[in-house]
Design a protein around this ligand. Structure first.
Ligand SMILES: Cc1cc2nc3c(=O)[nH]c(=O)nc-3n(C[C@H](O)[C@H](O)[C@H](O)COP(=O)(O)OP(=O)(O)OC[C@H]3O[C@@H](n4cnc5c(N)ncnc54)[C@H](O)[C@@H]3O)c2cc1C
Length: 382
């Protein structure tokens, strides 16, 4: 836009959002509710599909869903009231009272997407460039979109971030997360009982597995319809990262090998390890999972979250390790705080500066916390 950022009032802004997953939808809903005109552009065609895993439903995410997506927390979350650690033999090593709420990526995405107007959510539209001075975004087909502000919610592999900060790269840790979900109807009553109402862990040497219930495929949260979600952090030891991340079709991936794409030899080796290293209930979970997948653990930080009229948000800016259970909550927090600063300040320039300072500091703290948790609590190398 022609006006200087420092002089532009913060009312009724035209906002282009690149990326229509959690960060994009949180932003779209939060800013629309404050009277801004927001259009989301998502490169994928059709509905986004879950990578098939659960997420901890942090309080701010539940609050956001209640306020902006008419979702009562109990409709989309499962709960536990105890944290329990098992021994290698499967006995209870220790436990403590702890209330947690869990959900699935799918359940949250469905609610957010349903609350956002279809005519403002454009699929199959990849943003290939964003001009930070003019807030003009260019799509792959050459269309130029002019706005007051461009919000980049493109996730950890964001190409716009790479254009803005060419020296920022993910820093890979020397361990990965193997993940999967199993329908509780496919498990014996004894296994379901072992996890019911609990957040269950087993800490081995250089590895840690945890599991919790999440809603079923159809979003059901009633006992009998849920799924058990497990995450197994395991060091790569002498395993070759390239070998693990080369998928069944021979493509080398950087961040995740999605469900159904792991090579048989890679999967077999991990299943053997499950048999020899895990307590029996966890071995059952892992071996009963139809399509486990693997995700690289990495840290990502940016020096700042705004450049002119472009801001980076969610995983496009900071990625903290999953131990922090904060990826979705951070995306929601970034969006809500952006709206708050726009409400509170008179000019776009002052709102973006205040938002950038606060959220960059928060992102750095979160990434540091994730590193510490990996190093100290889990006994896993960096
Ligand atoms: C399909 C999908 C499934 C997921 N499933 C899980 C899960 O099961 N469990 C879990 O913990 N986390 C999952 N995540 C990750 C989780 O959403 C994020 O870690 C976190 O919520 C932050 O969200 P984000 O919107 O910042 O980034 P992401 O969720 O990574 O979303 C980025 C979005 O931007 C789009 N995009 C990227 N570049 C462009 C571009 N140039 N132009 C237009 N669009 C672009 C991508 O297609 C994607 O939809 C999933 C992400 C996706 C995209």
């Amino acid at each position: 836009m022609s006006r200087e950022r420092s002089k532009q009032p913060t009312e009724s802004l035209d906002v282009t959002v690149s990326g229509g997953s959690m960060g994009g939808l949180f932003t779209g809903l939060a800013l629309r509710s404050a009277g801004h005109d927001v259009t989301v552009h998502e490169q994928s065609t059709g509905r986004l599909r879950s990578r098939g895993a659960g997420i901890v439903a942090q309080r701010n995410v539940r609050r956001f869903l209640g306020r902006h997506a008419a979702a009562a927390p109990e409709e989309i979350t499962t709960a536990s009231s105890e944290r329990r650690y098992l021994t290698r033999d499967g006995d209870v090593e220790r436990s403590a009272a702890e209330s947690m709420a869990f959900t699935s990526w799918d359940a949250v995405y469905r609610r957010l997407r349903a609350a956002f107007p279809d005519d403002r959510y454009r699929t199959g539209e990849e943003v290939v460039a964003a001009d930070s001075e003019t807030a003009t975004a260019r799509l792959a087909d050459g269309t130029e979109l002019s706005a007051d502000l461009v919000v980049v919610a493109e996730g950890g592999q964001s190409s716009t971030r790479r254009d803005l900060f060419s020296d920022v790269d993910p820093e890979f840790a020397e361990y990965v997360a193997w993940r999967g979900v199993v329908s509780e109807s496919d498990l014996s009553a004894a296994v379901v009982d072992a996890f019911d109402d609990r957040f269950v862990f087993y800490q081995g040497s250089n590895h840690l597995i945890l599991a919790y219930f999440i809603p079923g495929d159809d979003g059901g949260t009633a006992p009998g319809t849920r799924r058990l979600n497990w995450v197994w952090y395991d060091s790569l030891e002498r395993r070759d990262r390239t070998a693990v991340f080369t998928d069944a079709g021979g493509t080398e991936r950087t961040v995740t090998v999605p469900p159904g794409r792991l090579r048989e030899s890679v999967l077999d080796r991990q299943l053997d390890r499950a048999e020899s290293e895990l307590p029996p209930v966890f071995t059952t979970l892992v071996t009963e999972t139809t399509d486990p997948f693997v995700q690289a653990i990495y840290d990502l930080t940016v020096p700042r979250m705004t450049v002119g009229r472009v801001c980076l948000l969610g995983d496009a800016a900071f990625v903290a390790r999953p131990h922090t259970a904060a990826g979705t909550a951070k995306a929601a927090g970034d969006a809500v705080e952006l709206r708050r600063e726009l409400d509170r300040r008179e000019t776009l320039g002052s709102a973006l500066s205040a938002w950038d300072d606060a959220r960059t500091e928060y992102g750095n703290r979160l990434v540091e916390r994730g590193r510490r948790m990996g190093r100290e609590r889990l006994g896993l190398g960096e």
